[in-house]
Design a protein around this ligand. Structure first.
Ligand code: ZN
Ligand code: ZN
Length: 141
């Protein structure tokens, strides 16, 4: 029987990995943090808070709040000033994991890479043709 024991990435304690990738005590803590964040955000007077206000008021890190949002656990639909940092540039976003600008850049890079690949293939084809033409002309002589 093998035990999948690993260090909890959150607190460093050793624990047996079952389903979660953090230890059971951290799971509990994260749940409590979620509760705090959720309750704070739901209050009418806190609707206009931003992620910094929220983090300060609840003591929950912006990173963790971002995680809740990305996991789909926390909705920011009713909190117009709520945003979290784009994973690429750190700019504020309200959906996805990167901002529109970075998504556009990624698309551009992807299309450049595709063009590059096409050029490389064409080049390889051309070389092959040249080589076979050389080969043929060499034999004709
Ligand atoms: Zn832990
Ligand atoms: Zn960005």
């Amino acid at each position: 029987m093998s035990f999948d024991v690993s260090n909890c990435p959150r607190c460093g304690r050793l624990f047996r990995k079952v389903r979660q990738n953090v230890c059971p005590s951290c799971v509990k803590e994260i749940d409590q943090e979620y509760e705090k964040v959720y309750k704070f955000m739901r209050k009418k007077e806190n609707r206009s808070c931003n992620v910094h206000d929220l983090s300060e008021a609840t003591g929950v890190s912006i990173n963790q709040i971002t995680m809740f949002i990305l996991e789909g656990r926390l909705s920011i639909e009713n909190n117009p000033n709520m945003s979290y940092p784009c994973r690429s540039c750190g700019g504020p976003i309200r959906s996805g994991s990167i901002c529109e600008k970075c998504a556009g850049n990624l698309k551009k890079i992807a299309s450049y890479m595709k063009e590059d690949e096409q050029k490389r293939q064409e080049e390889a084809e051309r070389r092959k043709r040249e080589q076979s033409a050389l080969y043929r002309s060499g034999h004709n002589e």
